[in-house]
Design a protein around this ligand. Structure first.
Ligand SMILES: C[S@@+](CC[C@H](N)C(=O)[O-])C[C@H]1O[C@@H](n2cnc3c(N)ncnc32)[C@H](O)[C@@H]1O
Length: 429
């Protein structure tokens, strides 16, 4: 398809047959205030794994309370760290989660444990003692590995990971895995206070100084202490009387635009936050973690190629708002990114909403990023597109960003030029 031919057409004056006119302004809200029963965004097991641009649980809880009933099925095609899964199970709903990142498959078993018996510190300590005595090594399948570590640290991490992989992958193993993920970045040259995988000068100095100290004891203390803390959090979850009749199905490492859901699946709600337009590349961000977890270079490369919006558009999405942005953009690479973003984001949303019952809601949480100084009103583009298909508008909420922490090191009031985030709620006809 010749995208620039279409573009010339638009510039000529395009008349839209089913032009949708937006009259109501988004309703200004604060989801934190609307859901005061959630006191902290990191409560229970929400914070075991770090993930960039996580949902705040209040938004998810609000949608679950407003738009679903007990035992309903909720789908999230951009599940990331599984916030929707945890909030669904706490609220007595079922969830189906898909995400390109394999990490989802490692996060959910510990974030939403299914076992009923509490964990013991004695058992965890035994496992930890075992991995610190382990003699064999695990070598990640990554040609670049030595670039990220001084050899002495690498050798120790390789033994710890080999030990962790040697035992049954139960909850104890998953606790240790979550901590090894953290220390494998902290004890590398990679800047661990930023999501992007890169080596900074300060981090290199930090590691050089660390090597002059008793770093082995420091590493050991961190692993033991953090593992015990995580055990307490996991036990808190096990202690809550969450009805384990409900289920969370999860599929990490899949492209949500083509993932095949069973025909008999009926969902009541799609609740999701797509990637940001010019966001961090998730797969690149998690490279180090994925290689330690045992994925190989080919698997990681194959995933990167499917990431939104870092892949080619396969169709041309037209809406009034999107076309206006296109006309304003001069740079070809940015136009391509915009086309790819809306093509694949919409493909994934359409695929995930196929099984939505009539009257079911799609709750889509997005920002309005700026591209080359031009604001892209994402919610408007999605609204124009979906009301042209088989959805009606239900509500639009605007939550002004106060201290949403997109990335650990960037307590950022206005990330990527965004001042607000929007929750678009549309209803299937
Ligand atoms: C904003 S994050 C979602 C975070 C999630 N709401 C949470 O609370 O953790 C967007 C997600 O989209 C995923 N993604 C990007 N391209 C994808 C694709 N083609 N199929 C499925 N997921 C994709 C990324 O891996 C990332 O986890």
């Amino acid at each position: 398809m010749q995208l620039n031919v279409f573009e010339r057409e638009i510039q000529k004056t395009k008349v839209f047959s089913n032009h949708w006119q937006f009259t109501d302004d988004p309703k200004l809200v604060s989801f934190r205030e609307l859901v005061p029963e959630i006191l902290s965004t990191t409560y229970l097991t929400h914070s075991i794994y770090y993930y960039p641009a996580k949902f705040i649980p209040q938004v998810v809880r609000f949608c679950i309370n407003e738009y679903t009933q007990k035992n309903d099925w909720i789908i999230d095609p951009f599940a990331g760290s599984g916030t929707v899964g945890l909030e669904a199970i706490i609220s007595g709903r079922n969830a189906i989660l898909t995400d390109l990142n394999f990490l989802l498959n490692h996060i959910i078993p510990i974030k939403i444990p299914t076992q009923k018996e509490k964990l013991t510190t004695t058992k965890l300590k035994k496992r930890l003692d075992y991995i610190f005595e382990y003699k064999s090594s695990f070598t990640p399948n990554w040609s670049n590995l030595n670039y990220w570590y001084p050899i002495a640290i690498l050798e120790v991490l390789q033994k710890l990971w080999a030990g962790q992989k040697s035992f049954e992958q139960d909850l104890y193993a998953q606790i240790i895995q979550s901590i090894l993920i953290k220390v494998s970045k902290q004890f590398s040259y990679a800047e661990h206070k930023a999501p992007k995988l890169f080596i900074s000068k300060t981090k290199r100095e930090y590691i050089e100084n660390l090597l002059k100290r008793d770093w082995q004891s420091e590493l050991k203390n961190i692993v033991y202490e953090s593992s015990f803390e995580t055990l307490i959090t996991v036990n808190q979850f096990i202690n809550t009387n969450i009805d384990k009749q409900n289920q969370v199905k999860f599929y990490g490492g899949v492209d949500s635009s083509t993932f095949q859901h069973p025909d008999d699946l009926e969902t009541s709600c799609m609740l999701t936050s797509p990637p940001y337009l010019q966001a961090q590349e998730y797969i690149r961000t998690f490279k180090l973690d994925l290689f330690w977890l045992g994925y190989d270079e080919n698997q990681v490369k194959a995933l990167s190629k499917l990431e939104i919006p870092y892949r080619k558009a396969t169709r041309w999405i037209e809406t009034e708002t999107l076309n206006k942005v296109r006309i304003g953009l001069e740079r070809e690479d940015l136009k391509e990114m915009l086309n790819s973003y809306f093509c694949h984001t919409i493909n994934a949303l359409e695929n995930a909403s196929k099984n939505l019952k009539a009257g079911g809601k799609a709750c889509i949480f997005v920002g309005n990023p700026k591209v080359d100084g031009i604001e892209v009103e994402t919610w408007k583009v999605l609204l124009e597109y979906f009301t042209d298909k088989n959805f009606n508008l239900n509500a639009i909420f605007e939550d002004q960003i106060k201290t949403r922490q997109l990335f650990k090191a960037r307590k950022n009031k206005n990330p990527d030029g965004m001042k607000s985030e929007f929750l678009l709620v549309i209803e299937k006809r």
